[in-house]
Write a protein that binds this ligand. Structure first.
Ligand code: SF4
Length: 494
């Protein structure tokens, strides 16, 4: 028995570059955690990280040919289109190298296992939710197949049964990290799983499938033991907690953060986290900044209470503004998650959102404006909004996959502004991907160009929002406005 775990190559779709990833960051250690579990149980395991190590399919095939794995596990990530190239590769290697079992795992297979098993006959099973326990059972007992935790084919069609979740995350072996894990200047680490929130657009909790313990945290001591082990392996001193929600709930959650901050401080490292606005308060942020916190992503999502309620964010605009004030007080300028366009947005919602962003100085940098002025609500299988819109008959499932859907905006003028912003921000992104490094290094010429494009983008949003509040535009007018914007950006960036 030997196992290869594959992170397959990923492509970036030009017209989806402004859409947040369809595999949350918290999935990035899926493979490492399965690898750690198998290694701790003496099952020979090789991780082939084609994504971070930029390996192409012939290079992956060479590793498969050399190892001849009994089981090939693949962290399957959706590409905003059909994964045909990958499926053809899977068919090819299974046949050529006689791989006994191919098993996929991750967010995409958890929710779209049916179409994956139907589209790629060479895939034998899909793990549902977190994969360590199920994968270990598979590898230990193969050719017996676990009777839960997987979707498999049977004589009665595809059968899917949820498995057990890991209750004590401290009991898991640390994730195995490949060379690729150290290739981008920071180390991803997981301090917790799940979230005590329940936003309609999010499928973190349906993925983990544990309704009793929605947020499961590791102890500070266990996290620090992993950090100490990593510090012995690498010179990198920046860690990013990829937890969907760094804070646990209530007083206990706060105490845990304070204890972790005390231990982190002794390591003299820097780190980043992701958190909910309602958890941002003085004592923990002060302690975290003191311990090396440099970056934080908070999901503000909206500047209007009615919209926050629709999204079941369980926060208020006041929570959002307070979080910004506290973070800035301690010198942290946060990255923010913001859904400008949601299916039921009104033009008034957009105006209130715009005023919120302006009042809170969130439109001063192109890197932020280009995101917050456009993001629409992504509707992925597994989320509450996917289910609700389906029940209302409003869900438009993508021709590529059941995993991805959208819906028609209730308000046609909101739909028009969303489409315009999409075209305009995608054009800006096409420049930013080539100039990102210059801007990161604060090149004065590029910074000035970014400043001018930012000014143009913010003004354009405001102008067209006010125009649409007073009149409908024809498609010809809309296209001509977008073309003018694009020409002006081209002039600035030339
Ligand atoms: S706060 Fe909302 S979006 Fe963020 S992880 Fe929790 S449920 Fe998901």
């Amino acid at each position: 028995m030997n196992v290869i775990l594959l992170e397959h190559p990923r492509s970036i779709s030009a017209d989806r570059c402004n859409d947040i990833a369809n595999a949350p960051l918290s999935a990035c250690l899926n493979t490492g955690y399965i690898g750690g579990m198998l290694a701790a149980n003496n099952i020979p395991i090789t991780i082939v990280d084609a994504y971070l190590e930029h390996l192409d399919y012939p290079a992956i095939e060479a590793q498969i040919a050399a190892q001849l794995p009994t089981i090939l596990g693949i962290h399957l990530v959706y590409h905003w289109k059909d994964n045909q190239t990958l499926y053809q590769f899977i068919e090819h290697v299974k046949q050529t190298y006689g791989i006994a079992h191919i098993c996929v795992y991750g967010f995409y297979p958890t929710f779209a296992y049916e179409e994956i098993l139907n589209r790629c006959p060479a895939i034998d099973s899909a793990v549902l939710g977190e994969a360590e326990l199920t994968f270990l059972t598979l590898a230990k007992n193969y050719p017996a197949i676990p009777d839960s935790g997987m979707a498999i084919r049977s004589v009665n069609g595809i059968v899917a049964t949820r498995g057990e979740v890991v209750i004590d995350i401290d009991a898991l072996p640390f994730p195995l990290r490949s060379v690729g894990s150290y290739s981008f200047g920071e180390v991803n680490i997981s301090g917790s799983r799940g979230c005590y929130g329940g936003c309609t657009f999010c499928y973190i909790n349906p993925y983990y499938g544990d309704t009793k313990r929605k947020w499961r945290g590791r102890s500070p001591e266990n996290i620090i033991a992993e950090i100490d082990a990593v510090l012995k392996e690498t010179d990198i001193r920046y860690f990013y907690f990829m937890d969907p929600n760094f804070y646990g709930p209530g007083r206990a959650g706060k105490e845990r953060v304070l204890k972790l901050a005390r231990l982190l401080k002794e390591r003299q490292i820097n780190f980043g986290i992701e958190a909910r606005a309602n958890d941002i308060e003085d004592e923990t942020i002060k302690a975290l900044v003191d311990a090396g916190l440099k970056h934080i992503l908070i999901g503000l999502e909206s500047g209007r209470d009615e919209a926050l309620k629709r999204l079941n964010k369980l926060t208020t605009v006041e929570d959002n503004e307070q979080a910004l004030r506290i973070l800035r007080k301690y010198g942290i300028e946060p990255s923010v998650g913001f859904i400008m366009f949601e299916p039921d947005s009104t033009l008034e919602d957009l105006k209130v959102n715009y005023d919120f962003l302006m009042r809170n100085n969130l439109l001063e940098k192109l890197e932020i404006s280009v995101n917050v002025l456009y993001h629409h609500m992504i509707i992925l299988q597994g989320s509450a909004s996917y289910k609700a819109l389906q029940e209302q008959g409003r869900l438009n499932i993508s021709p590529h996959s059941t995993y991805e859907a959208d819906t028609d905006y209730q308000n046609p003028r909101v739909a028009m502004l969303s489409g315009m912003m999409r075209d305009m921000t995608n054009h800006i992104f096409s420049y930013m991907k080539d100039t990102w490094e210059l801007s990161f290094n604060k090149d004065p010429v590029i910074l000035e160009k970014y400043r001018l494009v930012n000014q143009l983008l913010v003004q354009t949003f405001e102008d067209y929002l006010y125009l649409l509040m007073h009149q409908q535009l024809s498609n010809d007018q809309r296209n001509s406005f977008v073309d003018t914007f694009i020409d002006t950006v081209d002039g600035i960036m030339a």
